[in-house]
Design a protein around this ligand. Structure first.
Ligand code: ADP
Ligand code: ZN
Ligand code: ZN
Length: 755
């Protein structure tokens, strides 16, 4: 910006605790402050009638005055010195806005905690009111009566002494009625204290003895800490199979980071934020840890932010949003299960917590540690490019062994006239486990994956000739089979086929079985078995999810049937058989990540078998045993999988080798959505085509082509990351210039799901 040629104005916010984060005031930047007046900087300004001096933050810069220029006051001073945490978060919001596309206000709301009144809370704790001997006698009685919740409660109290009431009832699926019941019988005490701010139980820290790390674990932890001590922060990818001791590495690194006076953010998928996980951290670090979760009210969350800002906490554990914990001495961000889709926000701004963590860490010299048994293609690719440091754990730490995996070809079952959903091997193994009273998990990765068309005889799948992803079936009218096949990337269409173009069979059509149907079939085939089902229908109630898992863990059922929810993170030592009913369902979701997702799901599913002392077996049923994502999952060979996956991404120009932006164009009027989407696609083709490697797909109707009476069209743009950021800015200008109020456009950078 040439000195003295333009006057630059700053939008300044004077109170970031307000809900109205867009309430800014414009000030002029004097020439001598131009260099220092950057986004996020703290500025001293005079405000209001009495012109009192207050500090605010610069949210945005512009060349256009919003009032008559002579009425705009100048900034008095830029306050430098230590970076204040709010400045850092505002800068991060600006980066999010710029990278993912949103308004500054939306980005700020994501990043800054907004002040909320917190109700004075009562802390309640639960302890035993009887002697240990009496408690043990009662425990035996409850066990005999199969009173699982009571057994869990007494077992925990015997082990822990006093426990926090909310912790027990919210994280351990013990209902308030159960606790009250035992209190009425004077078996337990419920004690009350006022003003309670820490959601983590007052337990005795230091109970978990530090495990002596093995050679590989030690090397991983040392690499991170040594670099940190030498003042070299970095991003590390810790790749280790489930049970290889990643969590022990985290604990060891956290311990050393805290010892050096720094703070740690530990991100985990919400679904893995279980009692067991938190307890493990609590035992190691005591009440210097805190948690954030979606069950907390806004006020409770705000309270945690305040505690974090005041330095009362060393480790914040939580899902995606915990990334914005206002720690002033941040030293490390850990992201467990970094491949999980839940790290990507589904609301605008559609940020990815992984990239955002790396950005935030960069501002304050913190390190980032990503951990996974099946790293995302993005992270593995960056590690291979030398951007991240790869640390590997090759062995399982405990006694558990890798399960034996069978791949059953469903085409062969059809040839053998077996028309049931169970292959002969799976049926035999289920019967065997039922006889031995061991537990079984049956997994149907159905949700969101239906709609592709495949041949039951030869396994052929109808794919887009341009995008190499499966075509989706769209019914026209009410006659089955009278539809068309559509590609949701490029809009390619063809009429529905009635015979297989590969083998001529007429057994070609969409896949269709849900978890409920699967459960009915299980009951029919194995009448003696007790079943539990877990999917979005059965888990809609509060805590339902944990109740079902707790019931299954308590062996209240022999077979748990469910969607991908059942394969994430939970330990069931008595499960010795896992069946994947139709691996193909996730393989032919209509987006480029379906192979990766299938591999991850199958590995996780396989990881559920044989977590205890008995060896486990896994049966994967598929029409495509030769597909690399299935073959590699069967042999639990991540490296072979990722090599092939990355060469496919490279060939097709998909992320992480290239980048992809989805433009979701929405309007209440269908033709507005269609015409504006076409306008944007044409705009990219005309105005951005001189940029190397930029290509545009679509427009096409979104998979969800109409939601809440809003029509949805989608346009994809492919290209190198830096170029796409430029294309996005051009598009934002074009959208603003077009000024179409009845059309909304959302950006999604490297989308996780197809639209
Ligand atoms: P991951 O996070 O990779 O799934 P964990 O850290 O949870 O693995 O470790 C799996 C199991 O192995 C845990 O029960 C843990 O206590 C145990 N474990 C981990 N590291 C060691 C070690 N060095 N020596 C003995 N046991 C270990
Ligand atoms: Zn066929
Ligand atoms: Zn296509």
């Amino acid at each position: 910006m040439g000195k003295g040629i333009w006057t630059v104005y700053a939008d300044i916010i004077v109170d970031i605790s307000l809900e109205k984060l867009d309430k800014t005031y414009q000030y002029r930047i004097p020439e001598d402050l131009e260099k220092e007046a950057v986004i996020g900087a703290r500025a001293l300004v005079s405000f209001g009638k009495g012109s009192r001096e207050i500090t605010g933050y610069i949210l945005d810069l512009s060349l256009e005055p919003k009032l008559a220029p002579e009425k705009i006051k100048p900034i008095k001073k830029i306050l430098s010195g230590q970076t204040i945490i709010e400045s850092e978060l505002i800068r991060l919001a600006w980066w999010i806005r710029d990278t993912y596309g949103s308004t500054m206000n939306e980005a700020l709301k994501t990043v800054l905690p907004v002040k909320q009144a917190v109700q004075a809370k009562e802390k309640k704790s639960v302890s035993l009111a009887v002697s240990r001997e009496e408690a043990l006698t009662l425990l035996a009685e409850f066990e005999r009566k199969k009173n699982r919740a009571r057994v869990r409660l007494l077992t925990e109290l015997l082990e822990e002494g006093t426990m926090d009431y909310r912790f027990l009832t919210q994280k351990f699926a013990i209902s308030p009625q159960t606790v009250k019941g035992l209190a009425d019988r004077r078996i337990v005490h419920i004690e009350k204290e006022t003003v309670y701010r820490n959601p983590v139980a007052k337990e005795v820290p230091g109970k978990e003895k530090a495990i002596c790390l093995n050679e590989e674990q030690r090397r991983a932890a040392e690499t991170i800490i040594d670099n940190m001590n030498r003042g070299i922060p970095g991003t590390y990818l810790l790749f280790g199979v489930t049970g290889s001791g990643k969590t022990e590495v985290y604990l060891s690194v956290i311990e050393q980071v805290i010892a050096s006076g720094k703070q740690v953010i530990m991100l985990i998928p919400e679904i893995a934020l279980t009692y067991q996980t938190v307890k493990r951290f609590y035992h190691r670090f005591g009440d210097r840890i805190s948690i954030l979760n979606s069950k907390m009210s806004k006020g409770e969350r705000y309270d945690q932010y305040v505690r974090a800002r005041q330095g009362e906490i060393d480790v914040m554990i939580g899902p995606r949003s915990a990334l914005f914990t206002p720690f002033t001495r941040l030293g490390l961000i850990i992201m467990d299960e970094e491949h999980e889709g839940s790290y990507k926000s589904e609301q605008v701004p559609k940020y990815h917590a992984r990239e955002t963590a790396v950005e935030r860490a960069g501002y304050c010299g913190a390190s980032v540690l990503l951990g996974s048994a099946t790293p995302s293609a993005e992270s593995y690719y960056r590690a291979k490019q030398g951007e991240y440091t790869l640390l590997t754990l090759t062995k399982r730490a405990g006694a558990a062994q890798l399960p034996k995996v069978y791949v059953e070809d469903l085409r062969e079952e059809l040839k053998a006239k077996n028309y049931s959903i169970f292959s002969r091997r799976l049926k035999a193994l289920i019967e065997d486990r039922l006889k031995k009273r061991e537990q079984i998990m049956l997994f149907l990765n159905r949700r969101g994956y239906a709609g592709f068309v495949s041949c039951r005889e030869c396994g052929h799948v109808m794919k887009c000739p341009h995008c190499d992803i499966s075509l989706k079936y769209h019914q026209i009218g009410y006659v089955k089979g009278q539809g068309k096949l559509v590609c949701h990337y490029c809009g390619y269409e063809m009429p529905m086929v009635d015979t297989c173009p590969e083998c001529g069979s007429k057994y070609i059509g969409t896949f269709g079985i849900g978890t409920q149907q699967a459960e009915e079939m299980v009951r029919k085939a194995f009448p003696g078995a007790v079943t539990l089902r877990m999917d979005t229908d059965t888990t809609s109630g509060k805590d339902k999810h944990e109740q079902i898992l707790a019931a299954f863990a308590g062996h209240e059922a022999d077979i748990l049937i469910g969607t991908q929810m059942i394969v994430k993170g939970h330990d069931f030592p008595e499960v010795t058989l896992v069946g994947v009913l139709a691996a193909d369902l996730s393989m032919y979701a209509d987006d480029y990540r379906s192979g990766e997702r299938t591999f991850q799901l199958l590995c996780q599913a396989a990881g559920r078998a044989g977590r205890g002392t008995r060896a486990g077996e896994v049966v994967i049923q598929t029409y495509h045993p030769e597909e690399y994502c299935i073959a590699a999952a069967a042999s639990q060979d991540y490296i072979s999988f990722i090599r092939q996956e990355l060469s496919y991404r490279e060939l097709m120009g998909y992320p992480p080798v290239s980048s992809l932006i989805a433009l979701l164009v929405m309007s209440e009027v269908e033709r507005y959505a269609v015409s504006f989407a076409s306008f944007l696609a044409d705009f990219v083709r005309k105005s951005c085509s001189e940029q190397e490697g930029v290509s545009c797909l679509g427009p096409s109707p979104a998979v969800l082509s109409k939601a809440n009476d809003i029509y949805r069209q989608v346009v994809y743009v492919k290209g190198k990351k830096e170029t796409l950021t430029w294309v996005k800015q051009k598009l934002e200008q074009a959208i603003r210039a077009a000024g179409r109020k009845e059309v909304t456009v959302q950006f999604d950078f490297d989308p996780i799901n197809s639209y």
